[in-house]
Design a protein around this ligand. Structure first.
Ligand SMILES: Cc1cc2nc3c(=O)[nH]c(=O)nc-3n(C[C@H](O)[C@H](O)[C@H](O)COP(=O)(O)O)c2cc1C
Length: 402
C-alpha cells in the first residue's frame, strides 16, 4: 500500500486572492509528483491569474463555470468530485471559506465542494485583520468540524502592506500538506526521533572527515512519520536538504554533537530511528590553526567516537522501539544481525551500498529488514518515500511492554 501521491487524482481550487499566482507553482509541483490535477477557478480568481497558465501546466481544461455548453461538461462538477482523491483549495479566500461553512453552492467550485467526499485541504490567505475576524475564525472552525484539514497561513509582510498572519505558505509546504492527506494517522500522540545525514569530524578549522550520506532516507522517514501524526524530532548532520515542514529540527555537526542531542532527547521518545551515518573515528587531535600544505606529510591519528546506538540501546526503556540502519559493502546479514543483538534493537534495516539506485544519495533504496525474533524481510527497490512508510508500517506492528 503506497501512501505517496504518485498517480492520484487531485482537484486544485483557486479563488480570488492576491496569492493565486503561487498556486501555479503548486500545480507544477503536483504534476511533477506524478498526479493528475484538475483545476477549478472562481471567476474572481481569473482576475489574478489567467486560466490558460493552469490549462497548459495541468494539460486539462480548467473549470470556471457550471454552465458550459459541451455535453461532456454538463455535470462535470459531480464527475470530478467522484473521481477526486484529494482536494486542495489554495489560496482560499474569506469568501469561499464562508460559503463552504454555510453550504452555499452558487458557482462551480462551491457546488463541486458540496459533492466532494475525499480529504480536503484549505489554505487560507488574506489580510491579517480579515483572518482574525470572528466570522472567518468561526467559519474555519466549522470547516475543521466537517473533517477538513487547515494549513495555517504564514505570518509576515502581506501584499496589502500590513504585517501578520495571512500569507499563503510556499508551494512546497502546501505540497507536503497534500501528501499528508494520504497517510494514516497511526502515529498520532507518539514522539518519534529520527537521526539523519553524515557527521563531520574536524581535522583543523577548514578540513574535516565525513562520508557521502545525503540524509534522504532519514528525512523521508521524518516526513512520513509527521504525515502519520507523530511529533517528530529530526536530528541531522549537515545536508543539502530542507527539513520537512512540521518537524522539530535539531542541526548538529560532529558525532559528539549528535550523541549529546540524541541522549538529551531520548527519554521523551516512543520510537527512535537512527539512519545517520555517524563517523566511527575522529582525529585524536584537532589543530586550532589551518595545517599548511607546505608541511611535507600529514599523518592523522584517529580515535573512536562514541557508539551512539549502543548507548541508546543500553538506556532503552521496555516501551521504546529502537530501529537502526546498517550500510554495508559486504557481509550485510552477519553485520546487521550482530548489531541488532548487541545494540538491543527491535529492527535493523540492512542496506548494501555500492549501486547507483540504492544507499547513499539515491532517491530509491533496496533493503532487508531484520527483526528481533530472527526473521527477516527482503524489500525490493522502491522510492525512499515508500520505504519510509513501509518501515513505519512495520514499526507500528511491533508490540512493546508498557
Ligand atoms: C487586489 C485584491 C486582492 C485581494 N486579495 C484577497 C485575499 O488575499 N484574500 C481574500 O480572502 N480576499 C481577497 N480579495 C477579495 C476577494 O477577491 C473577494 O472577496 C472575492 O469576492 C472573492 O471571490 P472568490 O472567493 O469567489 O474567488 C482581494 C481583492 C482584491 C481586489
Amino acid at each position: 500500500m503506497s501512501y505517496t501521491i504518485q498517480g492520484k487524482h487531485i482537484v486544485l481550487g483557486v479563488t480570488g486572492g492576491i496569492a493565486a499566482y503561487k498556486s501555479v507553482e503548486l500545480l507544477r509541483l503536483l504534476v511533477k509528483e506524478g498526479t493528475t490535477v484538475r483545476v477549478i477557478m472562481t471567476e474572481n480568481a481569473c482576475n489574478f491569474v489567467g486560466p490558460m497558465t493552469f490549462e497548459a501546466l495541468s494539460r486539462q481544461r480548467v473549470c470556471r463555470t457550471l454552465f458550459e455548453t459541451t455535453d461532456e461538461a454538463a455535470v462535470q462538477h459531480i464527475h470530478w468530485a467522484q473521481e477526486a482523491q484529494a482536494v486542495v483549495i489554495a489560496p482560499a479566500t474569506a469568501n469561499i471559506i464562508g460559503k463552504l461553512a454555510g453550504g452555499i453552492a452558487d458557482d462551480a467550485l462551491s457546488t463541486f465542494m458540496l459533492a466532494v467526499t475525499c480529504p480536503v485541504l484549505f489554505c487560507p490567505a488574506m489580510n491579517s485583520d480579515m483572518y482574525a475576524s470572528q466570522a472567518v475564525q468561526r467559519n474555519l472552525r466549522i470547516l475543521k468540524e466537517f473533517g477538513h484539514v487547515l494549513l495555517e497561513p504564514d505570518a509576515g509582510e502581506l501584499a496589502c502592506g500590513t504585517t501578520g498572519p495571512g500569507r499563503l505558505p510556499d508551494p512546497p509546504v502546501i505540497l507536503n500538506a497534500v501528501q499528508g492527506l494520504f497517510a494514516p494517522k497511526d502515529f498520532a500522540g507518539k514522539n518519534v526521533m529520527v537521526t539523519a545525514g553524515p557527521t563531520r569530524e574536524a581535522i583543523d578549522p577548514v578540513r574535516f572527515i565525513s562520508n557521502p550520506s545525503s540524509g534522504k532516507m532519514g528525512y523521508a522517514i521524518a516526513r512520513a512519520a509527521a504525515h502519520r501524526g507523530a511529533a517528530v524530532t529530526l536530528i541531522s548532520g549537515p545536508t543539502a536538504l530542507t527539513p520537512p515542514p512540521g518537524v522539530r529540527f535539531v542541526p548538529v555537526t560532529s558525532a559528539a554533537d549528535m550523541a549529546a542531542a540524541v541522549l538529551s532527547e531520548l527519554d521523551r521518545q516512543q520510537v527512535v530511528i537512527k539512519t545517520a551515518a555517524v563517523a566511527d573515528f575522529r582525529p585524536a587531535v584537532v589543530s586550532p590553526l589551518k595545517v599548511k600544505k607546505e608541511q611535507a606529510e600529514l599523518t592523522l591519528s584517529l580515535e573512536r567516537t562514541q557508539d551512539i546506538l549502543k548507548a541508546v540501546g543500553a538506556r532503552k526503556r521496555r516501551n521504546q522501539i529502537l530501529v537502526g540502519f546498517a550500510a554495508e559493502t559486504h557481509d550485510m546479514e552477519r553485520s546487521a544481525t550482530g548489531k541488532l543483538k548487541s545494540k538491543q534493537l527491535d529492527l535493523i534495516v540492512g542496506n548494501l551500498i555500492g549501486s547507483a539506485d540504492a544507499g547513499f544519495c539515491a532517491d530509491t533504496n533496496r533493503a532487508t529488514f531484520y527483526y528481533k525474533d530472527g526473521t527477516s524481510e527482503k524489500i525490493d527497490l522502491m522510492s525512499k518515500a515508500d520505504l519510509a512508510h513501509l518501515l513505519l508500517d512495520r514499526v507500528a506492528g511491533i508490540k512493546t511492554e508498557d
